[in-house]
Design a protein around this ligand. Structure first.
Ligand code: SAM
Ligand code: SF4
Ligand code: SF4
Length: 340
């Protein structure tokens, strides 16, 4: 039985950041010139991640997503995937990547036992990709997606953060590309999470606006009714193609949120917007057993009341969530450290 929090939400989905490093500098996530990195000695080994995952599955978790930073930068990542894929308690093992290194790694990830892949791609235009990420990469990401299909990943997703005046003219092109690449596209509202220091409410294209744009271009959009705690609401186009919208900013879904995040150095956060996390690396390295850590996780989850995005919306406080000076002192508040 999964542990339940104060709002009766089960502990189910665990996102594990395997590194805080990244090979891109997306303007909505890592726009600054300098970052403070986690000390190397603090980064969890694969064995330590394995023990913590066991403790989490004991407490009810049955879905694991590897993320970062850029997870494909973590050396020998397939070894971790192989270790996790052997755990029967994990029903769903997924990974989110920016796709830059995917062409070379897709087959190895599949062979190691990864179930699902999500690739982030915000634009199909080379010049725009460079403006958004500071690197050239659109072709590399497209090759990565093709390699993923070839390697046998059938449940592929493309995640696109939509920013007004930046890539809101590409929704229809991205849907066409998703159809051709065999991937379901999910449009994500720009969020004021830690790290998004350039965020402004004016730059958010709402779910309602996205639906209007897509409907105007491609015909009536039908909502797909489904019971799910997944963050994306899914829709169908007249030709049958499906897509998703993650409306974290204008219509948050905290009431069904079963997700929590483990940083690369073992801090556990119960919400993307939480200011405080729980150190699990310390107890683990001090010799606490799997069972004891599992019990600790259950107790802490039972007290959870987080609903960060709903609180942000209700306060109407629409400046970036964490000012840059605070981020420099507390890197754990960064999205790329916490794991998106
Ligand atoms: N580097 C990998 C990637 O980009 O896919 C994994 C980590 S990244 C933090 C995970 C996801 O968070 C990406 O899809 C990214 O677009 C999303 N993300 C980062 N900052 C965001 C923001 N301010 N608003 C909405 N989504 C954001
Ligand atoms: Fe972009 Fe992901 Fe890197 Fe953030 S962690 S800068 S979203 S690629
Ligand atoms: Fe879950 Fe926090 Fe995101 Fe709400 S803001 S959906 S509680 S992680």
């Amino acid at each position: 039985m999964a542990a339940r929090d104060r709002f009766d939400r089960p502990l189910r989905s665990l996102r594990i950041s395997v590194t805080d490093r990244c090979n891109l500098r997306c303007q909505y996530c890592m726009p600054e010139e300098e970052y403070v990195w986690l000390p190397r000695g603090d980064i969890l080994t694969f064995e330590e991640i394995g023990v913590l995952v066991d403790a989490f599955t004991d407490a009810g978790a049955d879905r694991v997503r590897l993320t970062g930073g850029e997870p494909l930068l973590r050396k020998d990542l397939p070894d971790l995937i192989r270790r996790l894929a052997q755990k029967p308690a994990i029903r769903d093992l997924a990974l989110t990547t920016n796709g830059m290194l995917l062409a070379d790694q897709a087959a190895g990830l599949r062979e190691a036992g990864l179930h699902r892949l999500t690739v982030s791609l915000d634009t199909l235009r080379a010049d725009r990709f460079r403006e958004l990420t500071r690197f050239d990469g659109v072709t590399a990401v497209q090759h990565g997606l093709a390699a993923a299909r070839e390697a046998g990943f059938t449940d592929l997703k493309i995640d696109t953060v939509v920013i007004r005046g930046v890539n809101d003219d590409e929704l229809v092109d991205l849907l066409a590309y998703g159809r051709q690449a065999g991937a379901e596209v999910r449009f994500i509202e720009y969020m004021d999470v830690g790290g998004a220091t350039r965020w402004s409410v004016r730059d958010v294209l709402s779910r309602a606006e996205m639906l209007r744009l897509i409907g105007d271009a491609l015909g009536p959009v039908t909502a797909i009714e489904e019971e799910s705690s997944a963050p994306a609401d899914r829709f169908r186009l007249p030709d049958g193609q499906t897509f998703g919208i993650i409306s974290s900013t204008t219509e948050p879904f905290c009431r069904s949120c079963d997700r929590s995040r483990l940083t690369a150095d073992g801090l556990w956060y119960r919400c993307l917007y939480a200011r405080e996390g729980t150190d699990l690396r310390g107890p683990l390295r001090a010799g606490m057993s799997r069972a004891e850590i599992g019990a600790l996780i259950e107790d802490i989850w039972a007290a959870r009341t987080d609903r960060g995005a709903e609180v942000r919306l209700a306060t109407g406080d629409r400046r970036p969530f964490i000012p840059i000076e605070t981020l420099q002192k507390e890197p754990h508040l960064e999205m790329h450290t916490r794991g998106g």
